[in-house]
Design a protein around this ligand. Structure first.
Ligand code: NAD
Length: 475
C-alpha cells in the first residue's frame, strides 16, 4: 500500500512482489508507486506543511514521543518483519528497531532545542537576529540494509524541524517501511505530514522527487554511484541535499594492542548484517607481528558462526540480499584468490539443503591481500574479512586514506599517542578507537569525500532540515 495524505491506497500500476532472501518465499505484494502517486504525495505534503510547521515545538515533540512509545511496544513485530524481509538475525533486528526508536526519541527532544541567535552588529543602531526555519517539503530515498533505522534517521529530524516528507523506500524492503509508517499513522500524525511511496521503479519516483519544485531538500542513503546521480539532478534546482553513501572502512591493529581482543572486535563488526553495512570494515590492516595470533582468533570465531534463517535460534549470519550481491562477493573473492590471497576460512556460497533457496555466502577470511586486488579498492558489502599486513604507522595511515571513501574507520591500540595521532590523521567521518560501535542517535553520523555530505543524528542531524535566516533591524 501507498501511504498518502493519511490514507492507505493502491497504485494504478498494480503491485510488485517482496521475497524473503533466506528462503526465496514470496512474502507479500506491495503497491507499485508511480510518478502520479509521487506527485499526489508531494501535494499532500505541501498542503500539510503550513499547519505542521506552525505547531509549537512542544506539540511536534509530543507526536514524536507517541511514535517512540509505539515503536517500543511493537518492537518484536517490527523485528520479525525485518528478519523475514531483509534477512538479519532476529537479535540484530531487535537492536535495529531500538536504534530506530532512539532517533525518534532524540528528535522528540531536539525539536525543542532549535535555537536562534542574536549577533553583534557593526552599527550601533543595528540589530542582527538569526532564525532557523524548516526547509519545506523533503524527499527521502532509503536503502534496504537498515530498513527501519534509515527511515527514522530522516523522518524524525525532518518532522521535528517542522518539515513534511515523502519517502521512497528500497524496493527490497517496502514492508518494513509500511509497518513503520503505520506507527506514525497510529500516533495521530496529521494527514500529509509523512507519506510513503514504495515502488519497483526507483528511477521514476526518484525523478519526480528530484525535479518537482515543491521539494526543497533531498535526503538520500545508498550507494555512492546512485548518490552522485541524485546530487547532480538535485543541483539543477539547487535543492539542499544530504548524502549518506558507501564506505570502505579500514580496521587497523597496532602492535601494542591485544590481538585476541582486536580479532574479537573484528569478528563482531565485520559480520554484522552479513557485512552489508556502510560502516563494515573492508580492509583489515594488521601489524606484521600480530597477523598470526589475530588471524587464528578471527578464523576460530568465524568457523563457529552459524548461517541460516534469522528466525532460527543461534543463527548469526543471514543471507545476502539478492543474487547480484552474492555474485559480487564471489567475484571479489575469486579475484583475490587468483592474485595470490589465501582463503583461510569460507570462500564459497553455502548450498546445504536448508540454505540453497537463499543467498548465503560463507563467512570468509582472506590473508595476504594486496593493493592490486578488487577487494582492496571496492566496497564489498558481504561477509569477507581481507587481512593486509603493515609495518609502520606512517605506511598504514597512507594505505587507510588511499580511497575515495571516508565514512567509518577503526583503530586498535593501547598507546595514547598513537590513538590521538590516528584520530587526527584518518580522513573518515567516524573513527572508532578500540570501539566497534561508534554510532548512536546522539552522535553525528556521516562521511567525508565520496561517502557523503551532511550528518545524521545528534545535534547536527536536525540542522539538515533547517534554513538559516538573518534579520537585520535598523532601530
Ligand atoms: P542503492 O544506491 O542501489 O539504492 C539506494 C536507494 O536508491 C534505494 O531506495 C533505491 O531504490 C534508490 N535508487 C536506485 N536507483 C535510483 C534512481 N535512479 N533514482 C532514484 N532512486 C534510486 O544502494 P543499496 O544497494 O540499496 O544500499 C547499499 C549502499 O548504501 C551501500 O553502498 C552502502 O554503503 C550504502 N549505505 C550507506 C549508509 C550511510 O549511512 N552512509 C547507510 C546504509 C547504506
Amino acid at each position: 500500500m501507498l501511504y498518502i495524505n493519511g490514507e492507505w491506497i493502491d497504485s494504478k500500476n498494480g503491485t510488485f512482489q517482496v521475497t524473503n532472501p533466506a528462503t526465496g518465499e514470496i512474502l507479500s505484494e506491495v503497491a507499485d508507486g508511480t510518478r502520479e502517486d509521487t506527485k499526489r504525495a508531494i501535494v499532500a505534503a505541501e498542503e500539510a506543511f503550513h499547519s505542521w510547521s506552525s505547531l509549537t515545538a512542544f506539540q511536534r515533540s509530543d507526536y514524536l514521543y507517541r511514535v517512540y512509545n509505539l515503536m517500543i511496544e511493537k518492537k518484536e513485530h517490527l523485528a520479525e518483519m525485518m528478519t523475514k524481509e531483509q534477512g538479519k538475525p532476529l537479535k540484530a533486528a531487535r537492536n535495529e528497531v531500538q536504534y530506530a526508536a532512539d532517533f525518534v526519541q532524540w528528535y522528540a527532544e531536539e525539536a525543542k532545542r532549535v535555537y536562534g541567535e542574536v549577533l553583534p552588529a557593526p552599527r550601533g543602531d543595528q540589530r542582527f537576529i538569526v532564525l532557523r526555519q524548516p526547509v519545506g517539503v523533503v524527499g527521502a530515498i532509503t536503502p534496504w540494509n537498515y530498513p527501519i533505522s534509515m527511515l527514522t534517521r530522516k523522518i524524525a529530524p525532518a518532522i521535528a524541524a517542522g518539515c513534511t516528507i515523502v519517502l521512497k523506500p528500497a524496493e527490497q524492503t517496502p514492508l518494513c517501511a509500511i509497518e513503520t509508517m503505520k506507527l506514525f499513522h497510529e500516533a495521530g500524525i496529521p494527514n500529509g505530514v509523512v507519506n510513503l511511496v514504495p515502488t519497483n521503479n526507483p528511477a521514476e519516483v526518484g525523478d519526480e522527487l528530484l525535479t518537482n519544485e515543491t521539494i526543497k531538500k533531498i535526503t538520500f542513503t545508498g550507494s555512492t554511484e546512485v548518490g552522485k546521480m541524485i546530487a547532480e539532478k538535485a543541483a539543477r534546482q539547487v535543492k539542499r541535499v544530504s548524502m549518506e553513501l558507501g564506505g570502505h572502512a579500514p580496521f587497523i591493529v597496532f602492535p601494542d594492542a591485544d590481538p585476541v581482543h582486536a580479532a574479537k572486535g573484528a569478528s563482531l563488526v565485520k559480520f554484522l548484517n552479513t557485512g552489508q553495512a556502510c560502516i563494515s570494515p573492508n580492509r583489515i590492516f594488521v601489524h606484521k607481528s600480530m597477523v598470526e595470533p589475530f588471524t587464528k582468533t578471527l578464523v576460530e570465531r568465524v568457523n563457529k558462526m552459524k548461517a541460516g534463517n534469522g528466525l532460527e535460534e543461534g543463527v548469526s549470519i543471514g543471507p545476502l540480499v539478492d543474487r547480484a550481491a552474492l555474485d559480487k562477493v564471489n567475484n571479489q573473492v575469486n579475484d583475490a584468490r587468483e592474485k595470490g590471497a589465501d582463503v583461510v576460512a569460507g570462500g564459497s556460497r553455502l548450498n546445504d539443503d536448508h540454505l540453497k533457496n537463499g543467498y548465503f555466502y560463507a563467512p570468509t577470511v582472506l590473508t595476504n591481500v594486496s593493493p592490486e586486488m578488487k577487494i582492496y579498492r571496492e566496497e564489498t558489502f558481504g561477509p569477507v574479512a581481507p587481512i593486509i599486513p603493515f609495518e609502520t604507522e606512517e605506511e598504514v595511515i597512507a594505505m587507510a586514506n588511499d580511497t575515495n571513501y571516508g565514512l567509518a574507520s577503526y583503530v586498535y591500540t593501547n598507546n595514547l599517542k598513537t590513538a590521538s595521532h590516528m584520530f587526527e590523521k584518518l580522513r573518515f567521518g567516524i573513527v572508532g578507537i578500540n570501539d566497534i560501535n561508534p554510532t548512536a542517535a546522539a552522535a553525528p553520523f556521516g562521511g567525508m569525500k565520496e561517502s557523503g555530505l551532511g550528518r545524521e543524528g545528534g545535534r547536527e542531524g536536525i540542522l539538515e532540515y533547517l534554513d538559516t535566516k538573518l534579520g537585520g533591524f535598523s532601530i
